[in-house]
Ligand binder design. Structure first.
Ligand code: FAQ
Length: 320
């Protein structure tokens, strides 16, 4: 059935009305092609980030300093896998196949977050990832619970609850280290020095250099600009750093009474561009690991497909 121009205009008007009234767009609803493409791009990137994001922390599971810390870390890394799965499922509601998205990730045709291309050198990095990286993720993702696309917004509710828990476990680990020896405190400060700037880059390019923000805000996929969320994150994190007793590595960071917000120094956008284009410290390793895991998992996918085919034949046989 072909849709006439008048019908398309009606569908477009319905879509605009639903978005403007803070309603939800659901998978079977009509949506502009650009809206669908933008969602696939953003949600797939988000899903890939959760899955690649298992690697930096996974690096410490076998070397966690106690059984308690190992159990916590294992659970956190499993949570990230779960987030990846909800998000791939949300993407599939838009008519793409998860296998196709995985191929795009391992062929470096789709992005994942810059933050996961930095190494985890000590166990303090595990605490700092929880505190800063999950903290930034929460700041960015809580507003996505109000995203206009239903399956994405609903996935984000559970993800954000788990990320909040992750952030607290990171903070608790850092507080324990800060109450320890001078060497442990120095280890925390070193990790903060290495992760602070990359965590600010997680919010994406400055608003003036963000090609997607304006349209994504108009469609209410994104609810705030990259710079608005980055500012919120800085303002939220400064008092937490003081409570921990660590210094954020930015000599220009100070409270601005007039703006009622913190001023902070310039982000190294060249470094960000390098990492996004694949030349960060761990990009090659992250993708090689993901590719190897995918190839080693082929027999599981084959076995699952053979089992599903057998079940389908049995059901057909019984029906006949
Ligand atoms: N890294 O026009 P914009 C987590 C790309 S999950 C790499 O501003 P947009 C949980 C962007 O894709 C972390 N690329 O784009 C966890 C675009 O490229 P394209 C992931 C980046 O989409 C914790 C181009 O730059 N979170 O941490 C980055 O409007 C601990 C221009 O940018 C999400 O994905 C970047 N940082 O805004 C897991 C949240 N920033 O596609 C394990 C959902 C931008 O046009 C352990 N996503 N780019 O070629 C979003 O909120 C948005 O997509 C932004 C980017 C804000 C990330």
């Amino acid at each position: 059935m072909t849709v006439t121009e008048d019908e398309t205009r009606d569908l477009e008007a319905d879509f605009e009305r639903t978005v403007a009234a803070e309603g939800r767009i659901e998978p079977r609803d009509w949506m502009p092609e650009g809206y669908r493409r933008t969602l696939i791009r953003q949600i797939a990137q988000h899903a890939h980030s959760e899955i690649i994001g298992m690697q930096p922390e996974g690096n410490w599971i076998l070397r966690a300093p106690s059984l308690r810390r190992k159990a916590i870390l294992l659970a956190k890394v499993q949570d990230e896998a779960g987030h990846g799965l909800y998000l791939y499922s949300a993407t599939e509601t838009l008519g793409v196949d998860r296998a196709e998205l995985t191929e795009k990730l391992i062929d470096a045709k789709q992005k994942y977050s810059s933050i996961f291309n930095y190494p985890t050198l000590t166990f303090a990095d595990i605490g700092v990832i929880g505190w800063l990286v999950d903290g930034a993720a929460i700041c960015n993702q809580v507003p996505l619970c109000r995203s206009s696309y239903g399956p994405y917004a609903r996935a984000m509710v559970r993800i954000c609850k788990e990320e909040s828990f992750h952030q607290r476990q990171g903070f608790e680990l850092l507080r324990t280290l800060m109450a320890g020896t001078d060497a442990q405190r120095a280890m925390v400060q070193d990790a903060v020095d290495r992760w602070w700037w990359p965590s600010l880059m997680m919010f994406g390019p400055a608003d003036g250099d963000s090609p997607n923000t304006q349209q994504s805000m108009a469609w209410r996929i994104k609810r705030h600009t990259n710079d608005e969320l980055r500012q919120r994150y800085v303002d939220m994190t400064v008092p937490q750093a003081a409570a921990l007793g660590v210094t954020l590595p930015d000599p220009e960071l100070r409270w601005n009474e007039e703006r009622q917000a913190h001023d902070f120094g310039a982000i190294d956008w060249d470094e960000f561009a390098q990492v996004v284009k694949g030349a960060g410290p761990c990009n090659a390793q992250r993708l090689a690991n993901r590719r190897a895991a995918h190839e080693e998992g082929q027999w599981v996918r084959d076995a699952a497909a053979a089992y599903a085919a057998k079940q389908a034949r049995r059901t057909e046989g019984a029906a006949a």
